[in-house]
Write a protein that binds this ligand. Structure first.
Ligand code: HEM
Length: 480
């Protein structure tokens, strides 16, 4: 190629880069937080995703904070200029300014996949929908389901844990907690329909936090197809349920689906079938994998920390004895209130391996924070690792130490696995029930040790032990 052709090619590339240059460049907005917006269009997304996978993004954030100082930096992630907030003060700022300065938002990949669900609602609409969902998810409403959760998990432990010598705890727990969610949300028992649903959920989860490239073969395309299959299955379930409710063979209180079909929001508006499908898909997604990660990593921590394990064991065996004496088989709400140490151990697991590393807000006006201006329209990201792994708030942060949650527990806005403010996770009580009932059933029935104590954990998009946490099992009745 002659020199003129090379010069034209270079000129063309530079011209393209000029056209694609970020409209939020520092030169036109001198008071932006420090940081780099990275490459045109891509920003720093690839670096961010790689760091997410390796260590939940912690290295990516820490390098920036070290470089720029302060508790905020700018970057460009998943298609949007983004300010990352990195302190308890930043968490407080974002959580307490919902609908005043910021609103909840999700990357376009997630927002599109979950259609008309709570994730895409803001302001009054979000408030009404959350109220409706919380009528099912609040502690008073969930109490009646504790026995049903226990019965499903008891059956699962009998089938997959007792009598086994080695299992992979992560995938086995996944099927179990998916069955729990299917029962409480849809009264769907294990069987071909649940297996289909499960398969499509795996595709949905794997493609959720991706650049939304909708081409054959991309993870995002698979996730989109998976979400459509899930909607088809849910539509069949809705139609059958509507008929069963009309004939009296289903009850309005039996599960989330009945509840949504029989109740309206505070303005008297009932949800459409499409809204019900999108919201149940969201709750199934948000509700089961997060708890699976927590129980799996808790099993790992208990195996690695014999002192903590002994305390959990003592607590759970006392409850087991009380149950045997009272001759009431299944766990009830009051039993869960006695699992104080076990819940602290679960909280410590959520600190070390939060299922969600952070979420997004969007600036609805120009925002001033820490002497910087964040323009209206920018995304704002808070992260769990800014505080969960910071020695200033959690001494010796890599150490598993449930006693951190005794007394008043961690300082405000430092322990935030469920987020905060008006968009805080509405499923935290559901998660607590499922986690405690699961651990009770495992601890009272089996002993376990890790096949590989050095097994690596990746974040994809949630923490996952790469080998699926293989464990050796011994039935407790044989050893105690
Ligand atoms: C250990 C378990 C769980 C963890 C760590 C977790 C964490 C989170 C986090 C960090 C958020 C974002 C909060 C924010 O932006 O401030 C969230 C939102 C949400 N979670 Fe959870 N979650 C868990 C379990 C559940 C369960 C069991 C359900 C449903 C049964 C659920 C349903 C939701 C929903 C619907 C949202 C969106 C709320 C909104 O946009 O207003 N989560 N969760």
């Amino acid at each position: 190629m002659d020199m003129i052709a090379v010069a034209i090619a270079i000129g063309f590339v530079l011209f393209l880069l000029f056209l694609l240059r970020n409209p939020f460049s520092t030169s036109s907005n001198p008071n932006l937080p420090p940081g780099s917006l990275g490459w045109p269009l891509l920003g720093e997304t690839l670096r961010f995703l790689a760091s997410q996978r390796a260590n939940g993004g912690q290295k990516f954030y820490e390098q920036k904070i070290k470089l720029y100082g302060g508790d905020i930096f700018k970057t460009h992630l998943l298609g949007s200029p983004t300010a990352v907030f990195y302190s308890p003060e930043g968490n407080r700022f974002l959580f307490s300014n919902e609908n005043k300065l910021v609103q909840s938002t999700w990357p376009s990949s997630v927002a599109h996949l979950f259609g008309n669900s709570l994730l895409s609602k803001v302001g009054d609409e979000a408030k009404e929908l959350r109220k409706l969902l919380l009528n099912f998810l609040k502690p008073e409403a969930l109490q009646i389901f504790v026995g049903r959760v226990d019965s499903i998990i008891t059956d699962h432990v009998k089938r997959f844990w007792l009598g086994g010598t080695q299992i992979k705890a992560f995938p086995v727990s996944k099927r179990c907690l998916f069955a729990v969610a299917c029962s409480l949300f849809l009264s769907m028992d294990e069987g071909p329909q649940q297996s289909d649903l499960y398969r499509h959920f795996i595709d949905l989860l794997n493609g959720m936090i991706q650049i939304p490239l909708d081409f054959p073969g991309t993870l995002y395309r698979k996730a989109r197809i998976g979400s459509n299959h899930i909607r088809e299955i849910l539509q069949t379930v809705i139609e059958k349920r509507r008929a069963d409710l009309a004939s009296g063979s289903a009850s309005p209180q039996q599960d989330l689906l009945s509840f949504l079909l029989c109740n309206a929001d505070g303005h008297g508006n009932a949800l459409s079938d499409d809204d019900i499908k999108d919201n149940i898909m969201l709750l199934l997604m948000a509700g089961h994998d997060t708890s699976v990660v927590t129980v799996t990593m808790l099993l790992r921590h208990l195996a690695l920390n014999p002192d903590c394990y002994q305390k959990v064991l003592k607590e759970q065996m006392e409850i087991k004895k009380e149950k045997e004496a009272s001759q009431v088989d299944l766990l009830q709400w009051d039993d869960l209130q006695k699992m104080k140490y076990t819940w602290r151990a679960a909280q410590e697991t959520l600190r070390l391996y939060p299922p969600a590393g952070g979420t997004w807000r969007k600036a609805i006006v120009d925002i001033s924070y820490s002497g910087f201006t964040i323009p209206k329209g920018w995304k704002l990201f808070w992260t769990t690792s800014s505080t969960h792994k910071n020695a200033e708030y959690f001494k010796d942060p890599e150490k598993f130490d449930p006693s951190r949650f005794e007394g008043n527990g961690p300082a405000p806005y430092t322990f935030v696995p469920f987020g905060g403010g008006p968009r805080m996770c509405p499923g935290n009580e559901f998660a607590r029930i499922v986690i405690l009932v699961f651990i009770h059933n495992i601890v009272k029935n089996v002993e376990w040790d890790l096949v590989n104590v050095n097994e690596k954990v990746i974040i994809d998009p949630m923490p996952a032990p790469v080998e699926g946490l293989p464990i050796n099992l011994r039935g407790r009745s044989l050893t105690t």
